[in-house]
Every structure is written in structure tokens, then in C-alpha cells.
Design a protein around this ligand. Structure first.
Ligand SMILES: Nc1ncnc2c1ncn2[C@@H]1O[C@H](COP(=O)(O)OP(=O)(O)OP(=O)(O)O)[C@@H](O)[C@H]1O
Length: 787
């Protein structure tokens, strides 16, 4: 399949190459004039496919003149695949950044916007700064959606400028948060996004697969603060694994055993535990157990400035501004003895899968797409096309060296580091956690080997560290942070020493991440090698290894001599990590599928709400009719609720929803007939509205007031719904022992709560309209106080 596609793409390459000579003879001015020519052609109905060969050849020539790099044929092939909305698999170091310039230029010609999306702002900014000049030279506008200073806040005007550019370099999380933010604004003028047109995802597997399990969440209003976190943490610290609590094989769930339960009863002095009264306590114990057993300091998170900061396991970076939901973050804070931060309600949320499915056309680049082709086709309708390398790949990937224990592994891997270092060969030593990177750093210090450490704690020095990493004799210890997009250039004389040595000290959760790390060596035909060291004590083996392996480990864990590490060479050992990793990957795949299925109902509801909001924001006339219809619905609903209406019922309804100043004489004494009550209530609403609208003075004023009142109602209820869905999901997932299908259950309950929400929205709108207090000053400034 991939080959067949590549053949077709090759034909297009041939046509691109035919233009090369003519374009190389053009003056700068003529070449720059090409952009206008293409835009005119598009305006006259030419398709992008038609102008592709000449447009690609144009930017290719511009790349040469401005950047000094003429995209190779294989890069043109990659560019065509990207334009066609597919995934170009290009080995690491083949120059994906430059490849993207071609489809970016072509697609930007329509003026509908092209986004190049990367996983982190460092890379995004780097690419933007490198390529900006060439796009601008060709007359296109280009901007960066991220800022070098992570605390920088863009204004709405800034954002409008950014998103109106022909080309935008940004990250997936900035785009996601902007999307959610855009749908929280209260006037049309505050919107800044254009419809999503075309995106190229750099490291597409990292964005669409690795990041897919954690939805983006905007948090808002605080929840009532609980004081149970610390005490639950204290209790959980007294428990013993497999006696008081147990974990499932996947290490995703933990629960108290009967023994643990008795402990809890004693500790908290309660007779019955699983009762409604103890709901909060049980929940906090559960959270504390999760925090203690499933989250590891310096692997899943770091503590910095007295804050828990989550790490992205796929790239080792801190996920800025991201917190775990539903109290888990606070439970980890309690575990680390930090001040407990306020728990926030989720206000808006979306998964990356659904964010990116909104683009008209999507494409991606990666060094490792093949492993997940099926999923890409199924979920995103993107095929993976493997692009040949520009020069033959010289890197040698050696099979893993396996040891029983961690100390043996450390010692053996250090020996190799020392050997390479003595010969002057630069070493990139990669570790699975911040903690291990620091242990290696200490070991190197003991050996008197100067080195750099690249982990989530010193992101600031990243560029400098990478620029030194390929020099003669350099040793760099890095977490997976070094795995994506870092271009380590070999210093003088290094090729003769064998190029860069990538020494992995642990295999990661997926083969893709390993391959990314190996790919730091052997770039663009450079020499180099990669070698991973593993032990039966590695996380991946502990979590996903076979029973047999665990048994072997139990039996042999004590008979080792650090200075004489014993390598396990039998086949069953050398394949242990591959098997464990395959298990981990398949688990991750089903978790992603799960996340997608869970998000489906939210997606439908979110789209409905966001479409409503958009209509409201952009409406040009007043909402008198809609409001009357809502009023009638609310009144009917109220009257339907009970057969018999007492005077108190009616008075309560009026005071709650329509009018604070009810005069006794105004209403209905003795009226028992529902029709009559209905007419009177509606009459009352009409009368009150007329007065209210008159006070608003102008048509415009009335429109603004109505819009804000409606929006506020929609938002308040929707935010409740988002939060409820979030909680519902946790409840359903944790109901692991019940026989019911959790997704089915979730969708059913989500649908019901949405129906209920719609009723609440009607009520809230009516209430906001009727019970708000409006003050219009002489200069037309309107102040509204909502109930
Ligand atoms: N056509 C070219 N001519 C000259 N140099 C090139 C060309 N294409 C790419 N390069 C150089 O090759 C190096 C690798 O490029 P780049 O970092 O974009 O690779 P990559 O494919 O993105 O790698 P990774 O998978 O690690 O992100 C860079 O230094 C880049 O400038």
C-alpha cells in the first residue's frame, strides 16, 4: 500500500524537478512574484494539486536562497504526502522541518490558514524562527502561537493577528486551550479563531497517540475545599501492599482488601464503612491510595517551587498548567507534604483526537508512524507512507543487554559510557526518569567525567546542552526529553570516532519512544550506534513482564556481584522487554480507544453548545421571540409538574423566576384552573418584559442584554454539565467490578443529564432575563446585576 502510494508520489516529484532549472534562473524578484501568480490562479479556479509542482519548486528554490538548504528529493516526496493529507514517515534527522515548508507554502496560498503543530513550544519557536524569513520573503504572513516566556499572556488582539496569519507555528496544547477559551467569550469581538483548515502535525504519533489519553481541561470556579487529604494520606501510609490493599495487573486500579477495610474502620473509628455518610472519606482514601501507588515522584511528576508539576511521560517535559482532576492532584500534594491547593471544577474540556478531527485536512510527520498505521487509518483516515532516507542509514542498533538487577545494569552501562568516553566518542545517556538521570550524574561525577544533564529541571539550558552534545568526548545524560526533535550535530573529528553513541538505560513504554532516542544518532548518514541496557527491575518489566520472568527474578535477585554484572543472554530474556512493551502498547491503544468512546458523547454535546454560543454571539437581531418561547416552556414545565397548584406553589414560582416584587393583589387568588394560571403567568411575563425592554432604551441595548443573559445561562449550565461528565466518568470507570459496560452506562447517564441540563438552561435564561437588575447611565453604559 505504502509502496504503491510512493510510486504515484514519485511521478509528482518528477514534475517538481522539471521546474528546478527555470526557477533557479529567476531573479529574486521574479521568484517572489510567484506567490501572486499562484494566488491569481487559485482565484480563477485552479486546484492546489494542479499548481503543486511549480509551487513546490518555487519554495524549494526560496529555501535554497534564504536558508541555504535545497530540499532533497526525498523531502519533496514527504512534502507531497503531507499535502495529500497523509503521514510521511521519515527517519529521524531526515529534515522534517524543511520538508514541511513545501506543503505549508502551497496550502497557505489559499489564505485559509495552515498550522504546523508541534508538541512543545521550544521546538515550535525554533522552527518558526528558522523558517519565518523564507515565508515572509515569498510574501506570506507567518506567526507563532507560543511565546518563549511560558508565562506570557497574549491579548485577544494578539491572538486575532496570530490566527489570521497565512501560516501559524504552534503547539497542540496552546491550540486546544485557545479553542476552549474561544468558546467561553461573551462577545463576538472576542473571538479570534478561524475555521480549522489544514494542519501538519510534527511528531504526529506523539500528538495523536501519546497525548490522547489525557483530555485538555480548563478549570474554573473552586470546589468546596476538603480537609480529608492529609489524614487519608497518613492512613494510607500505614498500609501494606497485598495485605491491606491490592492492585490489578495493569497497575491502573488499587483497592482495600477486607483486612485494609478493618484497618480503616479502626483508624477512623467507624463501624460501617461503605455507607452514604462515609462517601467522602472512602473517596479520599481511594485517592490517597492512587497517589501513593500509581504516581511516582520524578517519573510521573516533580516537585518544584513547592508545587507538584506533572511530567509528560512521552517527552519528559513538565506539562505547564496541567493538573490531575477530581482531587488526585491534591492527594499527591498531601503525599509530598505540600500545601493542598484548591480543587477546581472543570469548565471546558476536549480530547486531542476530537480537536484535530475538526480540521478540514490533517497530515503528519514522524519517524515511527508504521507501528500504528491501523489506528491512524481508523481514527483519522490518514495513511502512512514510508519515505526512503536521503543517505543510507549507518547507525547500528544493537540488541538489548539484559541483567537481573538494577545495580548490575547501572554498572554495565557505566562501563560502556566510560569506554566510549575514553575514545572521545560523544555519549547520549538516556534515562526513563529524572531520578535516574540524577543517579547517573552522580556516578559520572565519581568517575570524574564532566557531563551535562538534560531533564525537566533544566529546560532553560536545553539549546546549549544539545549544541554541545555532539562534540568530541561530550557526555550528556538526558531523559526522554532528548527524544523528540533534538538535532545533535557531530563536532569535528567525531565521525572518525564512530559518531554519537546513544546508550539507553531503560526501555520506554513504547517502541516509538525508544526509536526516537536511538534516532539521535546516525542522522543524515552520520555514523553512530545505539545500545539499550535493561534489568528485570525496570518498570516496564515489573508492570508488564510475564509471571515466569517475575519468578526468575524472585529466585535470583540476591545472587549478583555489582562489579561483575552477569548478562542474561538466553532468548527468553532478550525478548522480555519487547514482549512487555507490546503488552503496554496494546493497553495504551485500548485506553485511547476508550478515551475516544468516552469523549464521543461530550463531543456531540459540546458541538451543540458551541454552535448555539456562536449563533448567539453573531446574531444581528434581538431575541424577543426565542425568549417568549422559552418562557412558555418554563411555565408549562412548572404547571406539568403537579396536578394541584396551591397559591404557595405559584407564589414561590413567581418569586423564584419572574418577579421579586410580587404584590398580593396582582395574583390569581382562588384560580385553580391551569389554563387560567398559565395565561396569567404569561401575561405577567409579557408585561414585565415590556417594562424591562423600555428601560433598556435602545434596540442595541436590548440585544446586548438578552445575549448576555442567555449566554450566561448556557455557560453556567454547560459548565455544570462538563464537570458532571468528568465526575461521572471517574465513577463509571471505578465501578470496575460491576458487570455493566461502563461506556454504555456513561453515555446513557450523559444523555439524561444533558436533557435535564436543557431544561435548566431554559429556566436560567428566564430567570436571568426577568430577575436581573439593569442600570443604564446617561452615556448609554449598561450595568447588569444577575440574580
Ligand atoms: N535539504 C537539506 N540540506 C541541508 N541540510 C538539511 C536539509 N534538510 C535537513 N537538513 C539539516 O538536517 C538536520 C536535521 O533536520 P531536522 O532536525 O529537521 O530533522 P528531523 O527529521 O526533524 O529530525 P527529528 O526526527 O529528530 O525531529 C538539520 O540540521 C537540518 O538543518
Amino acid at each position: 500500500m505504502s509502496r504503491k502510494r510512493l510510486k504515484k508520489v514519485n511521478k509528482i516529484l518528477y514534475r517538481v524537478n522539471q521546474y528546478a532549472d527555470t526557477l533557479s534562473r529567476m531573479s529574486d524578484q521574479q521568484l517572489q512574484g510567484q506567490t501572486k501568480k499562484f494566488r491569481d490562479k487559485i482565484a480563477h479556479g485552479d486546484t492546489l494539486d494542479k499548481i503543486l509542482p511549480e509551487a513546490f519548486a518555487t519554495i524549494r528554490e526560496a529555501d535554497k536562497r534564504i536558508l541555504g538548504k535545497f530540499p532533497y528529493d526525498v523531502q519533496v516526496l514527504g512534502g507531497i504526502v503531507l499535502h495529500q493529507g497523509n503521514i510521511a514517515e521519515m527517519k529521524t534527522g531526515e529534515g522534517k522541518t524543511l520538508t514541511a515548508t513545501m506543503p505549508v507554502y502551497l496550502n497557505a496560498l489559499t489564505g485559509q490558514g495552515v498550522m504546523v503543530i508541534t508538541t512543545n513550544s521550544y521546538l515550535s519557536n525554533r522552527d518558526y524562527n528558522e523558517l519565518k524569513e523564507v515565508y515572509e520573503w515569498l510574501g506570506l504572513s507567518v506567526s507563532s502561537g507560543t511565546h518563549e516566556d511560558p508565562n506570557h499572556k497574549f491579548t485577544t488582539e494578539d491572538k486575532k493577528n496570530i490566527y489570521n496569519s497565512d501560516i501559524i507555528y504552534t503547539t497542540n496544547d496552546v491550540l486546544g486551550f485557545d479553542y476552549l477559551q474561544e468558546n467561553l467569550v461573551s462577545q463576538a469581538n472576542d473571538q479570534f479563531l478561524r475555521p480549522y483548515n489544514y494542519a501538519i502535525l510534527d511528531e504526529v504519533d506523539s500528538i495523536l497517540l501519546d497525548s490522547a489519553q489525557m483530555p485538555l481541561i480548563i478549570s474554573g470556579a473552586p470546589r468546596v475545599q476538603s480537609n480529608l487529604f492529609s489524614i487519608a494520606n497518613q492512613f494510607v501510609n500505614t498500609l501494606i501492599i497485598n495485605e491491606d490493599f491490592e492492585m490489578d495487573d495493569e497497575k491502573k486500579h488499587v483497592w482495600l482488601t477486607d483486612v485494609g477495610l478493618s484497618q480503616a474502620k479502626r483508624f477512623f473509628n467507624r463501624n460501617k464503612f461503605y455507607s452514604a455518610d462515609n462517601y467522602m472519606l472512602v473517596k479520599h482514601i481511594q485517592l490517597a491510595l492512587h497517589a501513593r501507588t500509581l504516581f511516582k515522584l520524578n517519573r510521573d511528576y516533580v516537585v518544584e517551587d513547592n508545587e507538584v508539576k506533572l511530567l509528560d511521560i512521552t517527552n519528559g517535559r513538565i506539562m505547564v498548567g496541567t493538573k490531575l482532576q477530581s482531587g488526585l492532584h491534591q492527594a499527591i500534594e498531601a503525599k509530598e507534604g505540600l500545601e493542598i491547593t484548591q480543587q477546581m471544577r472543570a469548565v471546558a474540556s476536549i480530547t486531542y483526537q476530537n480537536l484535530f478531527r475538526m480540521f478540514k485536512k490533517l497530515s503528519g510527520m514522524t519517524g515511527t508512524g508504521r507501528y500504528d498505521e491501523e489506528e491512524f487509518i481508523q481514527t483519522y483516515n490518514m495513511a502512512v507512507v514510508v519515505i526512503p532516507t536521503h543517505k543510507p542509514l549507518l547507525r547500528k542498533d544493537y540488541p538489548d543487554k539484559v541483567y537481573t538487577t538494577l545495580p548490575e545494569k547501572l554498572y554495565a552501562s557505566m562501563e560502556l559510557v566510560i569506554r566510549c568516553h575514553e575514545q572521545g566518542q560523544p555519549v547520549l545517556l538516556t534515562t526513563g526518569s529524572v531520578e535516574l538521570s540524577e543517579i547517573y550524574s552522580q556516578m559520572l561525577l565519581k568517575q570524574g567525567i564532566a557531563h551535562n544533564v538534560l531533564n525537566a529541571r533544566n529546560v532553560a539550558k536545553e539549546a546549549e546542552i544539545i549544541s554541545e552534545a555532539g562534540q568530541l568526548g561530550a557526555v550528556t545524560v538526558a531523559t526522554v526529553m532528548a527524544g523528540r526533535g533534538t538535532d545533535i550535530k557531530l563536532g569535528r573529528g567525531v565521525a572518525e570516532k564512530g559518531g554519537l553513541a546513544v546508550i539507553g538505560t531503560e526501555r520506554m513504554t513504547s517502541k516509538r519512544i525508544d526509536m526516537q532516542l536511538r534516532g539521535r544518532a546516525g542522522r543524515q548518514g552520520d555514523p553512530g550506534f545505539s545500545q539499550f541496557f535493561v534489568s528485570l527491575e525496570d518498570d516496564i518489566v515489573i508492570n508488564r513482564g510475564s509471571e515466569r520472568m517475575h519468578k526468575y527474578y524472585q529466585e535470583h535477585m540476591n545472587d549478583f556481584d555489582v562489579r561483575n554484572p552477569k548478562e542474561l543472554k538466553k532468548r527468553r530474556f532478550t525478548s522480555v522487554v519487547n514482549k512487555a512493551q507490546a503488552r503496554e502498547e496494546s493497553q495504551a491503544r485500548s485506553a485511547r480507544q476508550n478515551a475516544l468512546e468516552f469523549d464521543e458523547i461530550s463531543r456531540i454535546q459540546r458541538n451543540l453548545i458551541y454552535a448555539t454560543r456562536k449563533q448567539l454571539l453573531e446574531a444581528t437581531s434581538v431575541f424577543d421571540d426565542e425568549i417568549m418561547k422559552i418562557a412558555v416552556r418554563v411555565v408549562d414545565n412548572f404547571l406539568d409538574r403537579s396536578h394541584f397548584m396551591t397559591q404557595q406553589h405559584i407564589t414561590r414560582f413567581i418569586l423564584d423566576n419572574l418577579n421579586y416584587n410580587l404584590k398580593k393583589s396582582e395574583f390569581i387568588a382562588g384560580s385553580r384552573n391551569k389554563e387560567q394560571i398559565r395565561d396569567k403567568l404569561i401575561g405577567m411575563i409579557v408585561k414585565l418584559l415590556t417594562i424591562k425592554y423600555r428601560n433598556l432604551k435602545s434596540y442595541e441595548g436590548r440585544k446586548v442584554f438578552q445575549r448576555i443573559a442567555i449566554l450566561k445561562a448556557v455557560d453556567t449550565c454547560w459548565i455544570d454539565q462538563v464537570d458532571q461528565l468528568q465526575q461521572l466518568k471517574n465513577i463509571v470507570i471505578n465501578r470496575q467490578f460491576s458487570q455493566k459496560n461502563p461506556i454504555f452506562e456513561y453515555q446513557k447517564e450523559a444523555r439524561n443529564s444533558f436533557k435535564e441540563m436543557k431544561k435548566q438552561v431554559d429556566k436560567a435564561i428566564l430567570k436571568n432575563i426577568m430577575l436581573s437588575d439593569i442600570d443604564v447611565s446617561d452615556n448609554g453604559k449598561m450595568t447588569i446585576s444577575f440574580p
